[in-house]
Design a protein around this ligand. Structure first.
Ligand code: BGC
Length: 374
C-alpha cells in the first residue's frame, strides 16, 4: 500500500481541524497571527502518483546575502539538472512580495515541487495554498514554513540545537581565552522574520541563562530579550551599529569578553566594531563556516562558527524530490515541528561546532575550505 507523507499530512490536518473543533475555539500552541480559518489549507494534497522525471522544480531562496544561500543557488542548479529535472532557482533580496510573486510564477510555469527558504516564515500561506491546489508539493528548505498546512516537509539543521552549540561554544571560548569569570558579554540574534532566528537564540539562552543567573556571565547592557538582541534582515551593518552603540554606551571603561553572534557575517561586524573601539578581541561565535570566517578562526580572531554544510541540505532535499517524482512514500522524518497550524515533518541534520582546534579535521573533505587553512 502506498501511503506517502502528503497523504499523512492531509490526515494530520484533518486531525488538527477535528481537535480545533473539540477544543471550543482554544488556540493553544498556534503562533500569533495564525488565521483561524484552516478550512482551505491542506485540502488538496499533492499528487501521490508521481510526475514526469524531467519536470520543472522551483527553488525560492530568501536572498543571496550570506554564503550558504549562494551555495544553495549553485548546488540546486547543478544537482537538479544532474537528476534530470528543470531547475528554476530564484532569490528575493529579503522582499516578501517578490518571493510571493516568484512562487506564483513557478506554479504558473508548471513546477511539480517548490522548495522554499522563506524570508518571513508566516507570510506565504495563501500562495502556498495555491500551490497545493495546483497539486504542487512544497518543501521548506533550511527554515520552517509557518502558519500553513500547505507544506509537505522541511529539510534543515536542527535550529534549537544550533543555538545550543553557539551558547556552549561561547562559554567554552570564555574559559579558554579570558581567564576566570565573571565575564562581560553581549547577545545578538538574527532577523526576526526568519523562524530560525528565535530558535537559535532560544537554544543559546538555554545554555547561557543559568550562567547569567549564577553571576558567571554579566550582560552589561541588560539587553537579554530576543527582540532587543535581534538584527533586522540579518543585516551586518545594523549589527555593527548596534555593537558600536553598546560599546560606546556601556563599555567606555570596561572590557567586553564575549559576544553571542547568530552567524558569521554578524560575527565579523562585531569584531570590526570591537577592534575600532580599541577593545581586545572578544570571544565571538558564528554560523555557516563562511570562507572569511574560516580564515578569521584560523588566524585566531573569530573564536568559533557552527558548520551546517549546504551540500548535505541540498542532497537531502533532492532525495525527497526524487521520491515524490516516483510517487514513493517519503522516508520517516527525524521529528515533527508544530508550525502554528500543523505538525510538519522535519528532516533535521546535525550541525557541528568549528574552532581553530578542529577546523582542519571538520573540513578534511571540503577542498575549498581546506585550501583556506595555510
Ligand atoms: C540560515 C543561516 C543564515 C541566515 C541569514 C538563516 O536562516 O540558517 O545559515 O546565515 O539565515 O542568511
Amino acid at each position: 500500500m502506498k501511503k506517502n507523507l502528503v497523504g499523512a499530512l492531509a490526515l494530520t490536518a484533518v486531525a488538527a481541524l477535528a481537535l480545533g473543533a473539540c477544543s471550543g475555539g482554544g488556540r493553544e500552541g498556534a503562533s500569533s497571527g495564525a488565521s483561524t480559518d484552516t478550512a482551505a489549507s491542506g485540502s488538496a494534497p499533492a499528487s501521490t502518483t508521481g510526475f514526469p522525471a524531467d519536470s520543472t522544480v522551483g527553488v525560492a531562496l530568501p536572498w543571496l546575502g550570506t554564503q550558504n544561500w549562494k551555495e544553495a543557488e549553485t548546488m540546486f542548479n547543478e544537482q537538479l539538472t544532474a537528476a534530470g529535472f528543470k531547475p528554476l532557482v530564484q532569490s528575493a533580496d529579503q522582499k516578501v512580495p517578490q518571493q510571493q510573486q516568484q512562487i506564483e510564477a513557478m506554479i504558473e510555469q508548471g513546477a511539480k515541487v517548490i522548495v522554499v527558504g522563506p524570508i518571513d516564515g508566516t507570510q506565504l500561506g495563501s500562495v502556498l495554498d495555491k500551490a497545493k491546489e495546483a497539486g504542487v508539493a512544497v518543501i521548506g528548505y533550511d527554515r520552517l514554513i509557518e502558519n500553513t498546512a500547505s507544506v509537505d516537509a522541511v529539510v534543515q539543521f536542527g535550529s534549537v540545537r544550533t543555538g545550543e552549540l553557539q551558547g556552549q561554544s561561547l562559554l567554552d571560548g570564555l574559559k579558554a581565552k579570558k581567564g576566570n569569570g565573571p565575564y562581560n558579554i553581549e547577545l545578538f540574534g538574527g532577523g526576526p522574520a526568519d523562524p530560525n532566528a528565535p530558535n537559535f537564540f532560544k537554544g543559546a539562552m538555554s545554555v547561557l541563562k543559568p550562567k547569567i543567573d549564577d553571576g558567571t556571565l554579566k550582560v552589561v547592557s541588560a539587553q537579554m530579550d530576543f527582540t532587543q538582541a535581534a538584527t533586522p534582515d540579518w543585516d551586518n551593518a545594523k549589527a555593527q551599529s548596534r555593537m558600536d552603540s553598546l560599546l560606546s554606551g556601556f563599555y567606555a571603561d570596561k572590557k567586553i569578553d564575549g559576544v553571542l553572534s547568530p552567524n558569521d557575517g554578524i560575527a565579523r561586524a562585531i569584531l570590526t566594531s570591537a577592534e575600532q573601539a580599541g577593545q581586545e578581541l572578544p570571544v565571538v561565535t558564528g554560523l555557516d563556516a563562511e570562507n572569511e570566517s574560516v580564515v578569521s578562526i584560523w588566524q585566531g580572531k573569530q573564536y568559533s562558527t557552527v558548520a551546517k554544510p549546504t551540500q548535505d541540505l541540498v542532497v537531502k532535499t533532492v532525495e525527497l524530490i526524487q521520491a515524490l517524482q516516483k510517487g514513493e512514500a517519503l522516508p520517516e522524518p527525524t521529528e515533527r515541528a508544530n508550525n502554528g497550524k500543523v505538525d510538519v515533518a522535519v528532516y533535521a541534520l546535525d550541525p557541528i561546532v568549528v574552532t581553530k582546534d578542529n577546523v582542519k579535521d571538520v573540513f578534511k573533505d571540503d577542498k575549498a575550505r581546506l585550501e583556506l587553512l595555510k
